[in-house]
Ligand binder design. Sequence first.
Ligand code: PMP
Length: 496
Amino acid sequence: MGTRYNNILETVGRTPVVRINKLGPVDIELYAKLEAFNPMGSVKDRLALGVIEDAERRGALKPGQTVIEATSGNTGIGLAMVCAQKGYPLVVTMAENFSVERRRMMRFLGARVVLTPASDKGSGMLAKAVELAETHGWFLCRQFENEANAEIHSRTTAIEILDDFADTRLDYWVTGFGTGGTLKGVSRVLREKSPDTKIVVCEPDNSPLLGSQQPQARAATGMPSASHPAFRPHLMQGWTPDFISKLTEDAADANLIDEIRPIAGSDALKVSQDLARLEGIFCGITAGATLAGGLQLAQSSPPGTKILCMLPDTGERYLSTPLFADIETEMTKEEIEISRSTPGYRFDKPSAPAPAPKNAPVKTTPQAEQFLADALKDQNNPVVMFALEWCEFCWSLRKLFGRCTIPYRSVDLDSAQYQQDNLGGSIRAALNAHTGCVTIPQIFVAGEFVGGCTEVFDEFKNGRFQQRLKDAGVKFDTESSIDPYTLLPTWLHPRK
Ligand code: PMP
């Protein structure tokens, strides 16, 4: 029987447990629970759904009320999905040092992202969320203290694990902690239903909040009142904020943690990359870190030991982080060699010229001539660009005009609007006859032909283009100091 879901929220959870075959010792059964299979690619989709539905049930969140939360990203992405589906506006506060992919994803899902200074750390973004919630009467999720966070893991994650290991033992369950929701929610159920499973908690080796045994200063609300003294900036976004959350402390106080393992940042990166290359499992930095902990355990465990590691998210949101620092954008030496191993389509040898088109050349028509003449003397649109709808040069010009608030008319010759009777093609023929230039885009100011993209860029750099605009009475932002060539996509930059 297939399954049809009523909405995206029904797809949260039930993530697969997958055997790791090549990274660890052959006689150890090492498994990973892949939270990247959640709809927005992380474990935090569970929390987002759990917290919002709990608040709805309690009446703490009213229809249409704004939701706010402080988050390093994954919670915000999960919340953005849940709020989009349920129709709540969402504001997220986030320290500026978390990866930009996350911000843009949240905004893509309709959320607003308010950045806080990196120097104010995790507790700064949290304090900002409290301030905004109090001032505006918004619903604050409080992921670090909210019991609904641990609760959803007890109801879903823990049960899934018990089900998946129902026919066998599980010797170790390995996790990290951010809010501690996964840790508290899963470990209390495992303790009760699978008491022989040892619970192992990993944390960054340079930021051993739990390992240091030093207490966390905390206000009566459960929120931290100061940064933890053992906190140091670390690589594992989503793990170990600069405080021990209430949920994490609850797990520790209830003796749910059997072992704490420090993990080096370099191991986290290496294991994440090994997972991708050797197992085809694409995940983030904390996933690599957790599996690094699992691999350490595997090295010192007897044959037959069964270890399950939580892999919290997908790798796609780390393109701008050290995880991808060694991944080239341009061809590597080896790739260039592969390219050169056959004669065609190379950068170091021009390809043979394309055969001349067999179709009869498109001719200009009286209608096209009239269109062109009207466009060039249109007083309401002194700046006219004859363009192709999705051409990269045309987009770069549009970006320049946009940044400088230059009003312009774009006649997109290949757009649906100009396709009837090939009007676009005939206008292009009329344009060629008029300017003697065959390439597109072609830009005119007050009826005068300026040229294509490079001519406009060059004139912009030496000020001639701005003078033309002034002479034509076009108002624009004269403050703008842009190198227009930086607006071109990198593949159009001259190749070194
Ligand atoms: N890894 C990543 C990438 C995360 O975003 C989070 C959540 N902050 C965690 C691990 C830790 O999960 P939890 O908050 O349930 O402790």
